[in-house]
Every structure is written in structure tokens, then in C-alpha cells.
Design a protein around this ligand. Structure first.
Ligand code: GUN
Length: 293
């Protein structure tokens, strides 16, 4: 069994990006600038956005955190987005999800300039991805592809079972694993909360990508020997014995499933750090494209 070490690979990618940024600096070019918009004070979102901003500093990017109160109206957020769209110094930006209930996320995602949409959530970019056109690929799916590639995990002709149909992970992952090329060329089954007898499907899987958000949902009895496991779940489970008052749990019963797996991602230290590394990669790409325009 091999651990797919997202922490290590994400550090390698950040080192590679740091070298690229240094080259830009040496040539007297502007360095990439990422902005993150956070509305409200959701604990997990604060952690993720903080991590994204710190990672920018580490690779030499400029970063801006736009932190708005949870009472922000949709109109106010749309005005902020317009400002970021028109700010020539900002190469790419993200609006951290979820948004408070008074804001329609769909309208917000549509307002982001597709050329600065480093999350790859705008329908124009999502559509391009689905048509194998060059575009920003959402960071978590992109990080999973990168992990499979760097560990040379075979995907061609394999049965990939994706659990969860979110627009951020499950749906794009199902599209990417079925595309021509590597990683891809898989036969994909997309399962979700209405799927009947999910164990029967997971038991046939060569590769399982779980993005469900139910701690330790996937048990050893549900998988076959030699399976490849990608665990996207990151749920905070209350635990008073821990200083933070919670522990992070994945979707997979790691202790038992890992005994049958050929490759497996840990939680934490698997997919999570890869997401941030790929967001940085998309921002570097955005800078290069802005330069061309
Ligand atoms: N919330 C959970 N994952 C993500 C992500 O990748 N990007 C944004 N913007 N919000 C998220």
C-alpha cells in the first residue's frame, strides 16, 4: 500500500511555483496577485482562506484578503466582484463558499470575470473543461489528477466510482476521469445520495473518489482488494479531548480500508493541501494569460 502524500507533493508544487515567481522577479515582471473574498466568519472557511493567503506569501505571490461581514447583501458583494474584475493588479480571485443565505451563489459565480476565475467555477470555464478545452480546472479535482499523475496511478480502462455530485468536486471529477488522455480514460460511475445499494457499486470499483462529507462512511467491506482510494472528505467532528475541540475526519475508515488499498490518501495531508497548490498554479496561469491580453 502506498500513501498518496498530498502534503509532500503540494510542497513540491509550491517549490516549483516559487522558482517560476523568482524568474518573473528577475526579469522585472509583475508577480501573480490572488485575492480571496470571504463573507462572514464560518470557522472552516476562515481556516481555508487563511491557508490560501499564507501559501501565496510562501511562493512569492501578492495576496489580498477581502473579508466582508456576514450581513453583506448580494448587491454589495456583486459590487466588490465588479471592482476586482476591473482591478488590473489582480490576476485572479476566488469567492469562498458557502455564502450566507441572503446571497445567491449562482449570481455571484456568474459575475466573476472568467479570465480571473481561478476556482474554475464560472459556467464558461466549467463548460470549457467539459469540452476538453484549455481552461482553469477547479482546484480540488485538479489536485486529485496531479496526485494520480505524480504517483503514476493507472487510470486507463479502470472503473472509477465517484461518490458525491457537488459542482466543486464530484461532478467535475466524473467528467475529468472519463476524458481522453492521462489521467483519464476511465469508465466512470457517479454515485450520490439517491444511489441504491452503493456498496454493490463501490465493491466493483478500481478507483474510488469520495466527496460526501460523512465521516468514515466507506468501510473495508465496501471495497475490493487493490482499490485506489481518494478521500476528499474533511468533516469537523466534535472532540473535547482535542485542544481545538474537534478532529478532522475523512469519508473513509482509513485504518481498515488502507489494509485492502493499493494507494490511499490520508486525511489530513492528502487532497486538502493539493487544493491550495492547484489554486496557486491556476493563479500563475491567470497571470501569464493577463500578460498576453
Ligand atoms: N469551499 C470549499 N471548497 C472551495 C473551493 O475550492 N473554492 C471556494 N471558493 N470555496 C470552497
Amino acid at each position: 500500500m502506498t500513501i498518496l502524500d498530498g502534503k509532500k507533493i503540494s510542497n513540491d508544487i509550491k517549490d516549483e511555483i516559487t522558482v517560476e515567481v523568482q524568474k518573473m522577479k528577475d526579469k522585472g515582471e509583475k508577480v501573480p496577485h490572488l485575492a480571496a473574498v470571504l463573507v462572514g466568519n464560518d470557522g472552516a472557511s476562515l481556516t481555508y482562506v487563511g491557508s490560501k493567503v499564507r501559501s501565496c506569501e510562501r511562493v512569492g505571490f501578492k495576496s489580498t484578503l477581502v473579508h466582508l461581514p456576514d450581513t453583506t447583501s448580494e448587491e454589495e458583494l456583486l459590487l466588490k466582484i465588479e471592482e476586482l474584475n476591473n482591478d488590473d493588479d489582480i490576476d485572479g480571485f476566488i469567492v469562498q463558499l458557502p455564502l450566507p443565505p441572503q446571497i445567491n451563489s449562482e449570481r455571484v459565480l456568474l459575475a466573476v470575470d472568467p479570465g480571473k476565475d481561478v476556482d474554475g467555477f464560472h459556467p464558461e470555464n466549467f463548460g470549457k473543461m467539459a469540452m476538453d478545452m484549455n481552461t482553469f480546472i477547479p482546484a480540488t479535482p485538479s489536485g486529485i489528477l496531479e496526485l494520480l499523475e505524480r504517483y503514476k496511478v493507472e487510470t486507463e480502462g479502470k472503473h472509477t466510482v465517484v461518490i458525491g455530485r457537488s459542482h466543486i468536486v464530484g461532478r467535475p471529477m466524473s467528467i475529468l476521469m472519463s476524458r481522453k488522455g492521462y489521467p483519464g480514460n476511465s469508465t466512470v460511475t457517479l454515485t450520490h445520495s439517491r444511489t441504491k445499494d452503493i456498496s454493490k457499486i463501490t465493491a466493483q470499483a478500481d478507483i474510488i473518489i469520495s466527496a460526501l462529507g460523512i465521516p468514515e462512511f466507506l468501510k473495508a467491506e465496501m471495497v475490493k482488494e487493490g482499490v485506489v482510494i481518494i478521500d476528499v472528505g474533511i468533516t469537523r467532528v466534535p472532540d473535547e479531548s482535542h485542544p481545538k475541540g474537534y478532529v478532522i475526519k475523512g469519508d473513509v475508515d482509513f485504518e481498515n480500508v488502507s489494509k485492502k488499498a493499493s494507494f490511499i490518501t490520508p486525511v489530513p495531508g492528502g487532497v486538502g493541501p493539493m487544493t491550495i497548490a492547484m489554486l496557486l498554479k491556476n493563479t500563475l496561469l491567470a497571470r501569464r494569460q493577463q500578460k498576453k491580453n
